[in-house]
Every structure is written in C-alpha cells, then in structure tokens.
Design a protein around this ligand. Sequence first.
Ligand code: SF4
Length: 185
Amino acid sequence: MPADERLIQMALSEGATKATVIPGGQVALSKDFRDICATNACGKYGRCYMCPPDVGDIEPLMDKVRGFSRALVYQTISPLEDSFDYEGMVAAGHNHVQLSQRIQNKLPGLLPQGFLHLTCGGCRLCEACLKPQGLPCRFPDRALPSVESYGIDVYNTVKGTELKYINGPDTVTYFGMAFFDSKEA
Ligand code: SF4
C-alpha cells in the first residue's frame, strides 16, 4: 500500500470521519491568524502552552510548515443537538483531541523520518492548562499545538478536497494535520 494510503487508512481506523493527503504547496498560510488568536475569542490566548503567544512567533512556525512536502489532513464531524449546543461542541473537541493522541502514537511507525502534528485549537489534554498557574506543562511529550497557531488557513487548505470545512446544520467539524516528507511525493 502506498505511504499516503497507509496514513489515510490509519487515521480512519483510529476514528477520523474523513482523511486525505495533500501536497505541502496546497497548505494555505496567513499570519493574520495570529491577530485572530490575539482577540482571545476562545479564552485560551496566553492561557495555554500550546496556544499563542507561548507556542512561538508565527513566522518561524509557518516556515516550519513550509519545510514539509506533504500533509495528512483528517477531520471529525460530530452531531450537535442544535447550533447552541455548547456542551456538544466541547465534548466533540475532547473526542477530537483523543483521536489526535491515538494518531500521534501511530505516526512514528509510519513516518520514521519525522513529522509535525497539529490538532484543533487549545490543547485540552488537561481539564485546565497549568500555564495560568505558572506550573510546567504536565504532558510536554503529548501536547499538540493548534493548526491555527501555526498560521494555517484550514478553510482554504481543504478547498477542492473531499474534506469540507462546514458539514451541515447541527454539526461541528474539527481538523488535524500531520506534515511530513515523502520520497513518493
Ligand atoms: S498538556 Fe496540559 S499543561 Fe500541557 S499544554 Fe496541554 S493542557 Fe496545558
């Protein structure tokens, strides 16, 4: 099985709703996402080690993404009771983060040459991040930054793929991406 297909099948078997592999050149990047994070609409700005500004300056992070030739893109699409179902959105986010952890465990075996794995906004591994208390990260080897913190424009990145950014009323969609280099690219 080609390497791309092995990655897609792994993501699907771990619980992703859909997955694909795209060329690195298809990844849309914009430093505007840092300004969006700084508005702190999600309440995580400066309160999570995996979010801005602690995750690092956006330009070097975007350069890191540009250094990879391919990207596994996966998503979860979860039903909500209605568009105000905040608990449903939080639960779906936690499920997505757990999926990312399962994928993270499988990636070294499939990408021994190395990879960069990003998931949906805010780390969510702990009930509350230890950053506001000034305590060290509890799981530094497992914590994953968000795609937005690296300046990735998910909407424009998945345009033209089978993964849609919005998947109908009363659903919430979360994304994860793993960047890698491939001799098959
Ligand atoms: S693992 Fe816990 S302490 Fe570390 S970044 Fe994630 S939420 Fe914060």
